[in-house]
Design a protein around this ligand. Structure first.
Ligand code: GLC
Ligand code: GLC
Length: 609
């Protein structure tokens, strides 16, 4: 009974917003109104099915809404099959996740999807079925509960821009069922596709040119990504409602954070790039309102790999509370290549601030390629030519640049546009594969940034033991065309077995990583998102300050291959002695610092009274 009152309270509070958004998206016509009424019934239904434990979580999180901004947050991401064989294997690795200090676990897409090529599961054939090779939905719900009992939040993808061509809706559209044809963007001939393609970008040009693919019967269907991923037609309110139901179904399995895949692409408008349109935001806000009513503790993480001005537009308490920070990610690699901190420092000072109630998900790399998504305007301010610099970075990280330590692979090089991105594992990109003596320190320096800039740092599991590129995908016809698989290796049994031996390479990385995680978790200044720049007056030394209530932590990282000083005058503005948190050593007031290559220091200054 009380629960029912909870629902009524939340519905009364958020319904006006939901209804306003729905009207703006779909107008006030009778069809849309009918869908809206059905949606309201779906919300009630979903709430009535929401398990008791999750309703308790909802209440808990309502009284601690900033839980994900804590410095104790540390995330990991992995493929279920590659990391652990299946859901049962993931379950058996929970003690390891706890050992590492994780409290956020993102499992890569694990739903039913086409066999062979499925874009790593990003072609979903049913949102309600786990890929039978990995387990069942009941096992997933049990896993979510067991993770939660161990203090770990489960994160899954919501691949909502498209379904696979094997999804029941797609099959019915293919069979010309009018209700489902209208779930996708299907055209009888090239006229409309040609018109759209005049202004859209090619995302996977190696797979097909443009944004459409032909069906066997001569029709054309919108496919932003692979030809077997068909974009949903969100102009149809029935699609919104259908996907809201899938979303709430997943929420009720115990997922705490949904990674909203490919948010930039969800709304199309002739004559535009069909990316980042205002309606894409309205849609996300409407999905957000759906959650506030029927699954209030669920959070969204935005995956927008776009211009930095546009990334932040998705981040809001009423839209996506979390977002990947691809700019920081790309600029960490930029700093490793150039040994110059200029661009990263600029991004931290000018592009780090966020609205209240939100946080970045900071990462060194993901399962995807690295795109050089910094803004040309920002680069120009520093005298850097964006186009030429991107070419340099792609050359550097694919090892084509003379003297490069990196062993990445090119991804979707587009000779027509000059666009080029890079794939690979952290260790291979950082020099471990090439035998570079600074590789381990480089891996740690990169992670030292994500551990200290606020929000949730997420480790691609395997990177914490220095896992290299895996080239076995080249022998698999379904995967060989997609070099991102080099950076999605199978569980490295040997590397994990050596993690306790600090003198081994995997052990060296693991040991350093554990230390970063442990100290982060003890350092309250690393909570939240407050950050101010600190000019080290040395182009190779990154500096920034994280303020606490009565103290602050100065982070300094030397990205050069040689020792670098930070002069006494530069530090003289900091009050009193400091404690270096990673080593526990005292640093006397305003003494010069000499940083070893890739050295990381976290200096805590207590406020003098
Ligand atoms: C996202 C995923 C990527 C996938 C694409 C299509 O960008 O991260 O792996 O290819 O969406 O779903
Ligand atoms: C994303 C990005 C693109 C990325 C791709 C996944 O949406 O726009 O840069 O490479 O999907 O690989």
């Amino acid at each position: 009974m009380l629960d029912r009152l909870d629902f009524d309270r939340r519905r009364d509070r958020h319904l006006p917003r939901l209804s306003g958004l729905f009207q703006r998206l779909y107008g006030a016509d009778v069809g849309a109104q009918d869908e809206f009424l059905l949606l309201l019934a779906d919300l009630e239904q979903a709430w009535s099915e929401r398990p008791e434990t999750l309703r308790r979580l909802d209440t808990e999180r309502e009284s601690a809404p900033g839980w994900f901004q804590s410095n104790t947050m540390v995330g990991g991401v992995c493929y279920v099959d590659r990391f652990a064989g299946g859901l049962a294997g993931i379950r058996s690795r929970i003690p390891y996740f706890v050992e590492l200090g994780l409290n956020y676990l993102h499992l890569m897409p694990l739903f039913a999807s086409p066999t062979g090529s499925s874009d790593g599961g990003y072609a979903v054939s049913s949102y309600r079925d786990v890929d039978p090779a990995l387990g069942t939905m009941a096992e997933l719900a049990a896993l979510a509960a067991e993770l939660r009992a161990n203090g770990i939040s489960l994160v899954l993808d919501f691949v909502f821009n498209h379904t696979s061509n094997e999804h029941e809706w797609a099959q019915r559209a293919l069979a010309r069922d009018p209700e489902f044809e209208n779930f996708y963007l299907i055209y009888p001939h090239r006229e409309q596709p040609d018109a759209y393609e005049r202004t859209t970008r090619e995302i996977f040009p190696d797979d097909h040119p443009g944004s459409f693919v032909p069906l066997d019967d001569g029709r054309w269907v919108w496919s932003t990504f692979y030809h077997f991923q068909w974009d949903l037609n969100y102009r149809n309110p029935a699609v919104f409602r259908a996907m809201a139901r899938e979303l709430l179904f997943l929420a009720n399995q115990g997922v705490e954070i949904l990674r909203m895949d490919a948010v930039a692409f969800i709304w199309k408008q002739l004559g535009t790039s069909c990316e980042n349109l205002p309606e894409a935001h309205l849609l996300l806000q409407a999905f957000n309102a759906v959650c506030r009513i029927a699954a209030p503790s669920l959070l969204f993480k935005s995956e927008a790999i776009v211009h930095p001005d546009q990334i932040v537009e998705y981040i809001d308490e009423g839209e996506c509370q979390l977002s990947y920070n691809p700019l920081q990610m790309a600029l960490i690699w930029n700093t490793l290549a150039t040994r110059e901190v200029n661009l990263l420092e600029q991004a931290l000072v000018e592009r780090h601030a966020l609205p209240p109630g939100t946080a970045w998900v900071n990462y060194v790399r993901s399962h995807d390629d690295i795109g050089w998504t910094f803004a040309d305007e920002d680069a120009a301010e520093l005298g850097i030519d964006g186009t030429a610099h991107r070419r340099f970075l792609s050359d550097f990280f694919t090892g084509r640049f003379e003297g490069s330590f990196a062993r990445g692979l090119p991804f979707q090089e587009n000779p027509r546009t000059g666009d080029s991105r890079v794939a690979g594992s952290t260790a291979s990109l950082a020099g471990l594969e090439a035998g570079d003596p600074l590789a381990v320190a480089r891996i740690l320096a990169a992670h030292a940034v994500i551990m200290t800039t606020g929000g949730i740092p997420v480790i691609f599991l395997g990177d914490e033991v220095g896992q290299l590129n895996d080239y076995s995908y080249q022998d698999d016809a379904a995967l060989a065309v997609d070099s991102r698989w080099a950076g999605r290796p199978w569980f490295p049994l040997d590397a994990y077995a050596q993690r306790g031996e600090p003198t081994s390479l995997p052990g060296g990385v693991f040991h350093g990583m554990r230390r970063l995680i442990q100290v982060r978790r003890e350092t309250h200044e690393f909570a939240g998102n407050q950050l101010t720049g600190f000019d080290s007056k040395n182009p190779h030394v990154l500096g920034y300050v994280r303020p606490g209530a009565r103290s602050k932590v100065l982070v300094l990282i030397n990205f050069a291959d040689t020792p670098q000083p930070v002069a006494a005058e530069v530090l003289s503005g900091m009050s009193g002695d400091a404690t270096e948190l990673l080593s526990g050593r005292r640093h006397p007031h305003a003494a010069e610092l000499l940083l070893a290559p890739m050295a990381v220091v976290w200096l805590r200054y207590e406020e003098s009274h």
